[in-house]
Ligand binder design. Structure first.
Ligand code: AMP
Ligand code: ZN
Length: 302
């Protein structure tokens, strides 16, 4: 198998492009895809400091590595969710990555902050673990970005993540979610940190190849709380489609982005938004979902 571009020995087959690349041409292609995503989405410019949310998994560590190679100003943010050995290994992976490259890393530990991990917080409030975890992550990404002066937060969501989410939203016709699904979420005039997903053009398989070629060590296990999550079924279904019809995932998600504003226009920011009386983040009503969650989880039972 030869590289389509330079005719050197290929290391990866790319059925969706009906081609194969050598190590150097593949990495060149991959970096160009990220550059294209950043410029097409007007995500951020070179002088803007970007906070990269790093879980310790392959996508977010690959993203951090790529942004550094492309010359962006970055720092990492890791939330230690307090899920036993899984969280301990995740943190170690992120710390090793940052230390080896001399990068700034911010760590926030739930166990230290609340005396509880996310699993106990979800249990105390009778919320599904992934939903409580999502509320908390959104709050801390935003809070820490604003406190530390980062106008942008970048996450490692890839094409598989976004296509699976789209499939789920369509299957249930969740129009408000479809309206909000985007690789760029606005800062709404500085109320929030802007949220961006620079890997949305790249499938998981290509990011995995990038981590191997660059010897990036990451936590392989999925979060133990996400076992059986619907997202895995959607991803599996899309992988079958991709196998039968290479490029299907890209067509599905990138096609949606092209049509989105015509079919599912982004709603204007809510008019009656206030600042949460406890944490100050924008919310509807007196207190935000995060503050209500934490109050319920940490309240002393009577
Ligand atoms: P997930 O929702 O676990 O698929 O993660 C999606 C993205 O959210 C990752 O690629 C990271 O950018 C970010 N993320 C998830 N978990 C964490 C964490 N514990 N700390 C920091 N960022 C995270
Ligand atoms: Zn609040």
């Amino acid at each position: 198998m030869k590289c389509r571009r330079c005719k050197g020995p290929a290391v990866i087959k790319m059925p969706r492009h009906n081609t194969a690349f050598c190590d150097s041409c593949f990495q060149d292609y991959l970096l160009k895809q990220v550059t294209k995503a950043i410029s097409a989405g007007k995500m951020f410019q070179k002088e803007v400091p970007v906070l990269v949310a790093v879980s310790g998994g392959k996508d977010s560590l690959a993203l951090w590595d790529i942004l550094i190679k492309l010359g962006y100003k970055t720092a990492g943010l890791h939330l230690n969710l307090g899920i036993g050995a899984y969280s301990q290994i995740s943190q170690e992976m992120v710390e090793n990555f940052a230390r080896a490259r001399g990068l700034e890393l911010i760590i926030h530990q739930y166990q230290e902050a609340y005396g509880l991990g996310v699993v106990q917080i979800a249990k105390e409030t009778a919320r599904p673990a992934c939903s409580a975890c999502g509320t908390m992550k959104r709050h801390h990404f935003n809070r820490i970005a604003i406190e530390k002066g980062f106008p942008v937060v970048a996450t490692g969501h890839n094409l598989d993540d976004e296509a699976a989410r789209l499939l789920g939203n369509l299957l249930k016709w969740q129009v408000p979610y479809l309206q909000k699904q985007s690789p760029v979420l606005s800062d709404e005039g500085g109320k929030w940190a802007k949220k961006v997903k620079p890997l949305y053009r790249l499938p998981e398989r290509e990011i995995a190849a990038y981590t191997i070629l660059n010897r990036i060590d990451y936590i392989v296990e999925e979060c133990p709380m996400s076992k059986g999550a619907k997202m895995f079924t959607y991803k599996e279904t899309l992988n079958q489609l991709e196998k039968a019809s290479p490029g299907a995932k890209h067509q599905f998600y990138l096609g949606f982005l092209k049509q989105k504003e015509a079919s599912f226009p982004t709603p204007p920011p809510p008019e009656n938004e206030d600042a949460c009386h406890t944490c100050g983040q924008p919310c509807q009503g007196e207190r935000c979902g995060y503050c209500r969650l934490i109050e319920r989880a940490t309240a002393v039972p009577t």
